[in-house]
Design a protein around this ligand. Structure first.
Ligand code: NDP
Ligand code: CA
Length: 324
């Protein structure tokens, strides 16, 4: 009934396919706002998406198919409102460890027959990492608690012994909230700074700060203040998907594309940030073309969410003191 799912290429940013490194295998990271079931059916108003493409009992297989196609080592999800009944049991049976943090006042709860609040979820594969520490954060803005959250985990890479701190977040949506997003970003950066400087149990001076991967639906275009905050913070973060562009400096044209009664919205809101000094990006999953997405945009029978998944392979750079 449905044509095959469009293929997405893995792109090697420096034009060279890295040789397989047995002692430093790359770490596959996926970032995805999977579209909360209650919001997709009850709130979003995706007027060009066929209703049965939003049926959970079919859509969940498309989400799982996407995850299983790429088998990420680290999976960061937003808008998860089927964690306990779907993602936790399935991902656990596949060898993952999972962590979930609901939004304090999830808009899903306004929808009739909701499945509970939506929130962020973070999974890592147990064969690749052991867990040092999990921090659940409710983001603040100007000292006041907000409705947005983040999960931060400090992991130890079994293959290399190196530390990695992974974070997932979903910032406040909609235009008019740029200053709140910026303040939420500042709060998250501050927490990350404190977590990564004590993460491996040593002082920062002894160990160097723990490398970071921060995945999120920032609900902000690259022109927004919160993007500038992240790209210029003392943590030395860079956005992985810039490396897909020919100049290495430009974000993709879109990571979400949908049609609501208010009109068409095509924007870049999702990012994978990484510590540039400590990690290198070996490959990235290409963004589908406008033709592949199709005239009715997202979600659709092919794409179960209005956001595209982002995926990259990162690896640890040589530690500076080991180069001497
Ligand atoms: P956000 O504005 O961050 O948005 C919530 C969700 O709506 C996001 O997942 C977002 O998706 C989606 N969204 C974005 N734009 C649109 C749009 N144009 N139309 C439909 N959906 C859209 O919400 P908050 O976290 O600030 O929560 C607001 C809700 O929380 C209120 O509706 C209320 O129900 C509830 N609330 C209740 C309180 C209480 O006291 N009971 C207190 C505070 C909040 P994406 O990220 O993909 O853009
Ligand atoms: Ca949404």
């Amino acid at each position: 009934r449905r044509p095959a799912r469009p293929h997405r290429d893995l792109v090697y940013p420096r034009g060279t396919e890295p040789s397989r490194r047995k002692h430093n295998p790359s770490i596959r990271v996926m970032q995805w706002n999977i579209l909360a079931q209650a919001l997709g059916e009850g709130k979003d108003g995706f007027i060009r998406c066929p209703l049965d493409a939003l049926n959970w009992h079919e859509r969940k297989y498309l989400i799982l198919e996407e995850i299983l196609t790429y088998r990420p080592d680290i999976l960061c999800l937003q808008e998860v409102d089927h964690y306990y009944d779907t993602f936790l049991p399935i991902m656990t049976s596949l060898g993952y460890h999972g962590s979930f943090l609901a939004k304090p006042w999830s808009p899903c709860l306004d929808v009739k027959q909701n499945n509970g609040p939506d929130g962020c979820a973070l999974f890592y594969h147990r064969s690749r990492f052991s867990l040092q520490d999990t921090v659940h954060l409710r983001l603040s803005a100007m000292m006041l608690p907000t409705n947005q959250v983040a999960i931060v985990q400090t992991l130890n890479c079994r293959a290399t012994g190196r530390w990695l701190c992974v974070a997932v977040t979903h910032l406040k949506a909609r235009s008019g909230w740029e200053r709140l997003r910026s303040a939420q970003g500042a709060n998250l950066l501050q927490s990350l700074r404190s977590i990564t400087s004590r993460g491996s149990g040593q002082s920062e001076a002894e160990s160097g700060a723990v490398p970071l991967v921060v995945c999120g639906d920032f609900n902000a275009e690259p022109s927004e203040d919160v993007y500038l905050r992240f790209s210029s913070s003392p943590l030395g973060l860079s956005s992985a998907y810039k490396l897909l562009s020919s100049d290495g400096q430009t974000e993709p044209a879109y990571t979400t594309w949908k049609i609501r009664p208010s009109g068409e919205s095509c924007s870049t809101l999702d990012y994978i940030w990484y510590t540039q000094e400590a990690l290198s990006v070996d490959s990235l999953l290409d963004i589908p073309t406008e033709e592949q997405i199709g005239p009715d945009r997202l979600p659709s029978y092919h794409y179960p969410s209005d956001h595209l998944s982002l995926l990259c392979d990162v690896s640890f750079r040589e530690e500076p003191h080991k180069l001497i």
